[in-house]
Design a protein around this ligand. Structure first.
Ligand code: GDP
Length: 137
């Protein structure tokens, strides 16, 4: 059993497609172990995306991630990390395959609807960033 972290970003929350996105996960064999809607602080967003701190888009990314509430979810299942990445589609929605979450719900590379852990190791760290072990069932 593998776990991964999903974030439904502020653009998708504002569009009212939380349920539609969570349905993609459940319809594709992933289990929702825990989920919550939260408002990130500047410090939260900077820390979560610290790996991108030197990139030119870092400030835009942080500003976007704090522009409204997000939905943070732990997904569980066999190959959960890769299944979620496949469901998400490419980072740039213009390059995302038809039928993926980003192709269907994202507007551009900044407002691209979802985050998903990109390795099992990162998933463990990202899950621990948002949840304590006893919150995850
Ligand atoms: P992801 O794993 O597919 O979300 O992509 P990354 O981890 O590479 O990047 C994190 C987030 O930073 C992406 O989801 C985008 O919102 C943003 N991002 C990545 N690359 C770019 C870029 O070249 N330009 C801009 N404006 N944003 C980017």
């Amino acid at each position: 059993m593998e776990r991964t972290l999903s974030i439904i970003k502020p653009d998708a929350v504002a569009k009212g497609v939380i349920g539609k996105i969570l349905d993609r996960f459940e319809s594709n064999g992933l289990r929702i172990a825990v989920t919550k809607k939260i408002q990130l602080s500047v410090g939260d967003a900077q820390a979560f995306y610290a790996v991108h701190a030197e990139r030119p888009f870092f400030n835009d990314l942080v500003d976007f991630m704090i522009s409204g509430p997000v939905v943070v979810t732990v997904l569980e299942g066999e190959n959960a990390m890769q299944i979620n990445r496949d469901l998400m589609g490419a980072t740039n929605p213009k390059e995302a395959q038809a039928g993926t979450i980003r192709a269907d719900f994202a507007q551009n590379i900044d407002a691209n609807a979802v985050h998903g852990s990109d390795s099992v190791e990162n998933a463990a760290n990202e899950i621990a960033f948002f949840f304590s072990e006893r919150e995850i069932s």
